[in-house]
Design a protein around this ligand. Structure first.
Ligand SMILES: Cc1ncc(COP(=O)(O)O)c(C=O)c1O
Length: 350
């Protein structure tokens, strides 16, 4: 088949996956009720399953990761205070300034070498107690770190940061949109990775392949308050079991497959990284960042040339492109993407 007849190798994000026939069957067969009234058995099963996996007392099913992250900030951050976060964090850069808009929180951006907060940087960013200085109420972590190319935050580092926060009486929220990737890559369980945090978000709609949804987990008391905030934000879903069934399927069947995504991301990174004019770090998980070093490699033109060859990626900085591997890209897709890169770079540097 030619490029024209094959579907595109869509590496724009791991959110582009379509539910598999088996996942669609699980959706079709889901037993449902009214989840806002508390009697949707599939939504309840998902919430119980996720709480157990994440090692927390209770988990809640949300329509999106942003709503789950922002609910965590609303229940744990105080309006008129700061939340410490790495400068490249999703909550800071890609959530429509929701922390300020809804929560009255100022996000205090900390520049880190690799996207990962350290205990030293966190301690320096937390304001001293003072009647005059703006005060800090929260510390936000991200694992894996999207902006840093899917870096895994090691649990001992998360623990050291959380210890600094907790010693100061601050809460810790973990944006674990891709915590499942961190778990598969590091060999640590989700619960081990989530343990240092008071609340954790886990996305079902990324590498796990579900069409919609994220979990927020924490103590029963925090989740009781989160339940009200979810409803206040309009996130109470009725026959939520239809969507929860997909999430359950993803957690049970797709989680181990993330290892294939990571292997394929490494292959793609090595192939692109071997080309002239680009610089590519070998990723730990499923996110490949390509830095265009040669001025003749122009991001928009390169993306268009790749698209013409059936490969889709996104721009992730002035001279940086991003590819994300997922369930719907197989080894042949990676080979096609790598071959497209061979051609477009050769053409641009001719
Ligand atoms: C690290 C991280 N956190 C949060 C989100 C938000 O998730 P959603 O798109 O489901 O709102 C994303 C989405 O890409 C993400 O990458």
């Amino acid at each position: 088949m030619s490029h024209d007849t094959l579907p595109a190798v869509d590496l724009r994000s791991d959110t582009v996956t379509r539910p598999s026939p088996e996942m669609r069957r699980a959706i079709a067969e889901a037993e449902v009720g009214d989840a806002v009234l508390g009697d949707d058995p599939t939504a309840r099963e998902l919430e119980e399953h996720a709480a157990a996996l994440l090692g927390k007392e209770r988990a809640l099913f949300f329509p999106s990761g942003i709503m789950a992250n922002q609910t965590a900030l609303l229940v744990q951050g105080q309006p008129g205070t700061e939340a410490v976060i790495d400068a490249g964090g999703h909550i800071l850069n890609w959530e429509e300034a929701a922390a300020a808009a809804w929560g009255g929180l100022l996000l205090r951006a900390v520049t880190t070498p690799d996207g990962l907060l350290t205990p030293e940087l966190t301690a320096a960013a937390i304001r001293p107690r003072s009647p005059y200085l703006t005060q800090t109420s929260l510390v936000c972590l991200e694992n894996t770190h999207n902006g840093a190319g899917g870096r895994v935050l090691p649990p001992e580092q998360a623990r050291a940061v959380a210890d600094v926060a907790h010693e100061r009486g601050l809460a810790v929220h973990l944006d674990g949109a891709r915590l499942a990737n961190a778990s598969v890559a590091s060999g640590h369980t989700l619960a081990e990775l989530a343990a240092p945090a008071d609340t954790v978000m886990l996305a079902l709609s990324k590498g796990l392949g579900a069409p919609v949804g994220s979990m927020l987990a924490g103590t029963a008391e925090t989740m009781e308050r989160a339940w009200r905030v979810r409803r206040r934000l309009g996130g109470g879903m009725r026959q939520a079991g239809i969507l929860a069934a997909a999430g359950l399927y993803g957690l049970r069947h797709n989680l181990p497959k993330l290892a294939d995504d990571h292997r394929r991301a490494k292959v793609l990174a090595a192939r692109i990284g071997a080309l002239p004019g680009v610089s590519v770090a070998i990723p730990e998980t499923n996110i490949v960042m390509v830095d265009l070093e040669d001025a003749r490699l122009e991001p928009a033109a390169l993306l268009a040339a790749l698209e013409r060859r059936g490969t889709r990626m996104t721009q992730f900085g002035p001279r940086r492109l991003r590819a994300v591997t997922h369930l719907d890209v197989d080894d042949a897709g990676i080979e096609r993407a790598a071959a497209a890169w061979d051609e477009v770079v050769a053409e641009a540097l001719r």
